[in-house]
Design a protein around this ligand. Structure first.
Ligand SMILES: Nc1ncnc2c1ncn2[C@@H]1O[C@H](COP(=O)(O)OP(=O)(O)O)[C@@H](O)[C@H]1O
Ligand SMILES: [Mg+2]
Length: 319
């Protein structure tokens, strides 16, 4: 089999239609999407619910067939089967037999994926340690928290030491601590040289773990590129609260830096683009005013998705 070293995943003009039933009109869910994932990166496939992320992942895992276009993983067409032994997969809502213990379920998956009997117990112990579940290894899954189950799911995806791991919404439904634990595990995967493909609709997680992203909205890719480039630009803003700002300085800040000012005299709030923040703060301080607080303003995921659409970064053409 061909193991292409630079492109771990390649999706080219993939179309997926679902037929809701006899006589009903087919529904196009993927409109000829294209993107690729490179070796060693943490790739975020990002979009709102219903955008087509899980459908794409199912195509890549060979669970459903595309209606058109081409998709390959590790240089193999996804309709082939050999590449799958080099691939780990965590489905969206994994279901485990909850009367088994963590150790038992992982031994079961190790057996399924062909880990030799003599190595199985060691491999399972290593994985349990790796995901921080050694202490709970012999408790039944029924007693595990959602975060612990998600870690079992990740261990399951790694049981056969794959080159690339596909995770469908690995952080959804977790509390902040659980999210951080999963994030840390994903970052550790990269240090071990794994390529990670991750579906998510949570932008803050993307910011913290993904090297590159493709944004999908309504079955169309609106952006593909470095996470930083995507999050840069006008989209990022900060809220600055100041006191004692002379009105003429306020007017200047509004005009020169495009800031939006609210309030008066002893308490003025300004919303400023992050890239103008330094200048605004300098101007404020030079005018003898006091800066009370600076808070990054999280732009909603939706507005970022929309701005990606507006910027017209549609890449379907030319591929
Ligand atoms: N088996 C199916 N039959 C018909 N429609 C489906 C099927 N699976 C998914 N869809 C539809 O495809 C769209 C994309 O779904 P999905 O890929 O699950 O989105 P995401 O994972 O981004 O939330 C949704 O509108 C969903 O209702
Ligand atoms: Mg999904």
């Amino acid at each position: 089999m061909r193991l292409d070293s630079s492109e771990i995943v390649r999706v080219a003009k993939v179309v997926k239609d679902f037929r809701p039933g006899f006589g009903l009109r087919r529904k196009r869910v993927l409109h000829g999407i294209s993107f690729s994932v490179r070796e060693g990166e943490i790739f975020g496939f990002v979009g709102p619910n219903g955008a087509g992320k899980t459908t794409t992942l199912k195509v890549l895992m060979g669970l459903i067939r595309a209606s058109g276009g081409e998709a390959s993983v590790l240089g193999c067409d996804v309709r082939e089967t050999q590449f799958r032994r080099h691939v780990g997969f965590l489905p969206e809502n994994p279901y485990f037999y909850d009367f088994l213990t963590g150790r038992e379920i992982l031994s079961f998956y190790a057996k399924l994926s062909g880990v030799a009997r003599t190595q199985r117990m060691d491999r399972v112990a290593t994985l349990l340690d790796w995901v921080g579940l050694s202490a709970a290894a012999d408790a039944r899954l029924r007693t595990y928290s959602k975060g612990m189950l998600q870690r079992v799911g990740i261990a399951q995806a790694l049981v056969h030491d794959p080159r690339v791991v596909f995770l469908d919404e690995p952080m959804s439904g977790l509390d902040p601590i659980g999210r951080k634990e999963i994030r840390d595990l994903i970052l550790r995967l990269r240090t071990e040289g794994k390529t990670v493909f991750m579906n998510t609709h949570i932008l803050s997680d993307v910011e913290m773990v993904c090297d590159r992203v493709a944004i999908i909205v309504d079955g169309r890719i609106t952006y593909e590129g470095a996470t930083e480039d995507f999050l840069e630009g006008d989209a990022r803003e900060a809220d600055v609260v100041v006191a004692g700002l002379p009105p003429e300085t306020g007017a200047r800040i509004e005009e020169e830096f495009g800031a939006a000012l609210r309030g008066h005299a002893d308490r003025i709030e300004m919303r400023v683009a992050e890239k103008r923040l330094k200048e605004v703060l300098r101007t404020t301080l030079e005018a003898g005013a006091e800066v009370i607080s600076v808070t990054p303003h999280r732009v909603s995921l939706e507005s970022i998705f929309l701005s990606a659409v507006e910027k017209g970064r549609v890449e379907d053409a030319g591929r």
